[in-house]
Write a protein that binds this ligand. Structure first.
Ligand SMILES: Nc1ncnc2c1ncn2[C@@H]1O[C@H](COP(=O)(O)OP(=O)(O)OP(=O)(O)O)[C@@H](O)[C@H]1O
Length: 634
């Protein structure tokens, strides 16, 4: 068995959602009985353990992976124990106005129904709870009603009155109403049994009728505690929800027909949605994605506030991919609280939500992306390179002017020094082991951004392209939006990449960037105009150069302005090397001049000198026109 890592977070404070696992018991008919047990559980303090580790073989079977959950009930610990330890204390709270929820989830045939509903004379958690609630209601003179529904392909049906049309979920000022869902009073456990089991059998999963195909669905039982039945003005005191989620199955690994494929896809999507909600609640995020699926939306008012939630992940005794995957999701949803205490901003946390659906889509079928031990540095870096290229091109487009002038030398020096440090540190893997967080993310943010944008254009481009990983990390770090880390859980990499690109775009549109990178056009034109003015005023129209042999004036520039004159031709050199008489036409003369021969004709020489003079004046005139134009624009 693999050893438990010493750095595992011990910070198990009270989470909103308690996440436990239940390894299903064996039945005589189960073929896997003699096989490898698959899961093994380490409970450091026995039943009093605040966190337990579940080990299971990896795909090669050579070594063991592990996941942490709050507790794990093994094969021999049955519903009675789960009820007395987990649920019984909550029943009292229902009579005080709380709405606890118990959810069973897991792969197919992992024992979810057995846990919630019970089987073969073994009462499930719902049955045990209703029994206790009925006895308490009798003592406190409260009345009890139940509702029983099914969510099939995102449509809610009333199982106690199947002829009714689909139930509508309405939300009014945060209060959820199940329009069309019947509430049936119960006074005894016998009545409950009759209603519950007839409701179960009316649409029992896997049952075939002439008109119905086998269907897998989520089923929810609501036990309402109301004020006294004699009082006509009955009022809800509290309610307890029991949810038996449909079994998870990786549809891509199974050869299923089209209908079952759609069914599976919808079931899996709503399971992911449930885990996303659980994660968000545990991470205390501001936004909880209740509306991602019907079942989570239905339970919104029970999940909100201080209401308690118990998530039971059911596992088949022999480990299989589906069970392992569900366990990894459960383990991840436990970790919200651990991240919450490491100092991330709320925004950072919200962006690192697991987004399990996408991540799973991106992963290979049946893969388990959230195993604690796994590292995904290579893939992260790969993503970072892509991002860096996008970033480089984006920034190239935005880097219109050299911002060197916008920062003082000392600031630039310090920023470039920190840049080097950061680049060095960027060589370290950006991805840390899941569960560990990169500290001081927010401290890096502003500095790195200013630094990146403070480099001259050419430097910056090179820096970005050469240190793409570094820049990618900057992008991720900026605004605390996307920590580059597996704190965001490894499996989220694929999912989070589009988000990261999105945040990158947002980053480039941030006020800070706009301010530093792109000063207003008018300001830049004004600056250009000033430069031209200074050039204009500091450049004499004509400069009289000192004579070469005048030592006193050597190094000095004479600023005396003189009128342009046609240079006087020195005829003494005219006949040196060529003979005017040999020229037959002016074109020949011109071609000789152009060929670099020492041809000096009075005519061409004058033209040349005048042209150069005119060019000089023309340049100044052009500058002047530009200046006038600019000052008009500004
Ligand atoms: N603790 C247990 N001890 C013995 N047998 C069990 C136990 N839990 C479940 N079983 C048996 O395992 C089989 C599957 O259980 P169950 O129907 O509860 O699984 P499920 O996850 O609800 O299935 P589905 O995915 O179809 O909804 C049943 O035959 C059930 O009797």
């Amino acid at each position: 068995m693999a050893s438990i890592p010493s750095d595992r977070s011990k910070a198990i404070t009270r989470r909103k959602v308690r996440v436990v696992a239940k390894i299903r018991g064996f039945t005589d008919t189960h073929a896997e009985y003699p096989a490898n047990l698959g899961f093994s559980v380490n409970k450091p303090n026995g039943e009093a353990s605040e966190s337990v580790t579940i080990f299971f073989p990896d795909q090669s079977g050579s070594c063991k992976e592990y996941c942490d959950v709050d507790y794990c009930y093994d094969q021999h610990e049955d519903n009675d124990l789960i009820f007395s330890r987990e649920i019984k204390p909550w029943i009292f709270e229902v009579f005080e106005g709380c709405n606890p929820t118990i959810i069973a989830c897991g792969g197919r045939r992992s024992g979810k129904t057995h846990v919630i509903q019970g089987s073969d004379g073994k009462p499930g958690l719902a049955t045990l709870a209703v029994s206790k609630i009925l006895s308490m209601a009798e003592q406190t003179r409260k009345s009890i009603t139940i509702s029983f529904y099914e969510v099939y392909q995102e449509h809610v049906h009333d199982l106690l009155d199947p002829k009714q049309p689909a139930v509508s979920i309405l939300e009014d000022k945060g209060k959820i109403q199940h329009k069309g869902l019947s509430q049936v009073p119960i006074r005894s456990i016998a009545e409950f049994y009759r209603l519950y089991f007839s409701g179960c059998s009316s649409r029992k999963s896997g049952q075939k009728t002439a008109i119905e195909l086998p269907r897998r669905s989520h089923r929810g039982l609501v036990v309402n505690v109301l004020t006294s039945a004699e009082n006509s003005d009955t009022r809800l005191v509290g309610k307890m929800n029991f949810v038996d989620l449909a079994g998870y199955e990786d549809a891509r690994r199974k050869s299923t027909d089209g209908i079952n494929l759609v069914e599976s896809a919808k079931i899996n999507k709503s399971i992911y949605a449930m885990y996303n909600v659980i994660y968000s609640l545990n991470a205390n995020e501001r936004h909880v994605p209740y509306r991602e699926s019907k079942i989570t939306h239905m339970l919104k008012d029970s999940f909100d506030g201080m209401n308690r939630i118990l998530m039971i992940t059911c596992l088949k005794p022999s480990s299989c991919q589906d069970s392992v995957y569900m366990l990894s999701l459960a383990s991840r949803s436990c970790r919200g609280i651990n991240r919450a205490v490491t100092g991330f901003t709320k925004e950072a946390k919200s962006m690192t939500r697991p987004m399990v659906s996408s991540s799973h889509k991106n992963g290979p079928p049946g893969s388990v992306p959230t195993i604690v031990k796994k590292k995904h540095t290579a893939s992260q870096v790969h993503f970072s390179k892509k991002k860096a290229n996008v970033m480089a091109s984006t920034m190239k487009g935005r880097k219109l002017f050299d911002e060197d002038s916008l920062l003082t030398k000392s600031v630039k020096a310090s920023l470039q020094a920190s840049s080097l440090e950061d680049i060095d540190s960027a060589d370290e893997p950006l991805v840390q082991e899941e569960g560990k967080c990169i500290p001081n993310v927010t401290n890096l943010t502003v500095l790195s951004e200013v630094e990146a944008f403070s480099l001259p254009t050419s430097n910056m481009e090179t820096t970005i392209l050469n240190k793409d990983v570094f820049m990618a990390s900057k992008v991720c770090l900026h605004g605390g939006d996307i920590p580059p880390s597996p704190c965001a859980s490894n499996s989220t990499n694929g999912a989070s990449f589009p988000e990261q690109v999105h945040s990158m775009d947002k980053e480039n549109q941030s006020p800070l960037v706009t301010k530093v990178i792109s000063p207003p056009i008018s300001a830049r034109l004004r600056e250009l105009s000033n430069n031209l003015k200074s050039l204009w005023s500091s450049t004499p129209l004509h400069i009289k150069l000192p004579k070469e042999n005048d030592a006193s004036s050597y190094g000095q520039v004479c600023t005396e302005t003189i009128e342009p004159k046609t240079p006087i031709m020195d005829w003494s050199i005219v006949n040196e090397g060529w003979d005017v008489a040999n020229l037959h036409s002016p074109w020949e003369t011109l071609s000789m001049c152009n060929s670099g021969m020492k041809v000096r004709s009075n005519h061409f020489s004058n033209i040349f000198n005048l042209c150069s003079l005119d060019f000089h004046i023309g340049t100044h005139i052009i500058f002047f026109v530009v200046e006038l134009h600019c000052s008009r624009i500004s």
